[in-house]
Design a protein around this ligand. Structure first.
Ligand SMILES: [Zn+2]
Length: 265
C-alpha cells in the first residue's frame, strides 16, 4: 500500500456511474421471466420514468440541506435508500414524511408478492451497492472532467485501434492531450509560440478564430436551453385520406365474408 498501513484512502465513487449502474441492473432484472409479469411491467415503467434514480437524488439533496453532522446525514441517507424500493412498490410504513404522504388512491401494495417470489431480495441486493456508497453519494460529485480528458486522450490516440505503446509514443500523445485539454482549443497557438517564439501566421490565426467562435457559440447556445429533456409522445396522424383503400377495406372484407357465408349456406 503506497500510503502506509495506517493511512486509509477513501475511494469516492462517481454519482453518474452509481446511478447508471443501478438503472442498468434494474432494467436487466425486469427482463427476468422468472418473476410475475404484472410486477415486472410495473417496475419497468418505474425504471423508465427514472423513479428509482430521482428518489436517490432527492434524498441526497434533502439530507445535504439539513446541515446535520456527516455521520447523521449518512445514516439518514442509508435509511432513505433502503426504504426506496418499498416506497415505489407501494408500502409506505417506513417512509419519511418529507417525500411521501402515504399511499395514493388506487395504489396496490406489491411488496408481499415481490417478497414471496424473491424479486424484492434481488432489488435489495442491487440497492446494497447504493447503500454502501452513501458517503460518496452525499458528496454529490461526478468525474465528468476526467471523462472529458479521457475523450481528448482518445482523440490523440485514435482510440484502441492502433498500438501506440511502443517507445514514448503513448506518453507523448497523452502529454499532447494534456496541453490540448488545458489550453481549451488553443493547442496549435500555444505549441507554435513555445517552439518558434512567434505567433502563428494569418491563415492559422483565421482558422483559430473560427474555432474559438464556434466554441463560444456552442457554449452560449447550451446556456439558452434547459438540460431537462421532455419526452414527446408521437401522435399518429392516421392514414392519408387521399391514399385510397384506407377505410373501404373493412367493407370489402365484410362483403367478401358475406358472399362466402352465402355460398356455404
Ligand atoms: Zn412512501
Amino acid at each position: 500500500m503506497p500510503y502506509g498501513p495506517k493511512f486509509f484512502v477513501e475511494k469516492i465513487e462517481c454519482r453518474n456511474h452509481l446511478l447508471r449502474n443501478l438503472g442498468q441492473k434494474l432494467s436487466g432484472l425486469v427482463k427476468n421471466i422468472k418473476y410475475p409479469i404484472h410486477i415486472r411491467t410495473f417496475l419497468n415503467n418505474q425504471v423508465k420514468l427514472n423513479k428509482f434514480r430521482s428518489a436517490i437524488t432527492m434524498a441526497v439533496q434533502y439530507r445535504k440541506s439539513l446541515g446535520d453532522s456527516n455521520n447523521e446525514q449518512v445514516k439518514g441517507l442509508r435509511e432513505d435508500f433502503s426504504n426506496g424500493p418499498y416506497h415505489i412498490l407501494g408500502q409506505h410504513t417506513k417512509c419519511a414524511s418529507y417525500f411521501c404522504k402515504g399511499s395514493k388512491i388506487g395504489q396496490i401494495n406489491l411488496v408481499p408478492e415481490a417478497e414471496k417470489c424473491g424479486l424484492l431480495r434481488e432489488i435489495n441486493q442491487i440497492y446494497s451497492r447504493i447503500i454502501d456508497n452513501a458517503p460518496s453519494l452525499l458528496l454529490d460529485v461526478d468525474n465528468n472532467i476526467c471523462e472529458q480528458f479521457n475523450s481528448v486522450i482518445n482523440k490523440h490516440l485514435a482510440g484502441k485501434r492502433i498500438n501506440f505503446s511502443q517507445k514514448n509514443s503513448y506518453n507523448n500523445r497523452v502529454e499532447a492531450a494534456v496541453v490540448s485539454f488545458n489550453t481549451s482549443g488553443k493547442y496549435i497557438r500555444n505549441v507554435h509560440k513555445k517552439i518558434t517564439n512567434k505567433s502563428p501566421g494569418c491563415v492559422c490565426k483565421k482558422y483559430l478564430g473560427f474555432k474559438q467562435r464556434r466554441l463560444l457559440n456552442n457554449r452560449r447556445r447550451k446556456l439558452q436551453f434547459s438540460t431537462i429533456k421532455v419526452n414527446k409522445t408521437k401522435i399518429s396522424t392516421g392514414p392519408d385520406e387521399n391514399y385510397g383503400l384506407a377505410e373501404p377495406l373493412e367493407n370489402i372484407m365484410i362483403n367478401e365474408e358475406l358472399e362466402k357465408k352465402n355460398l356455404i349456406l
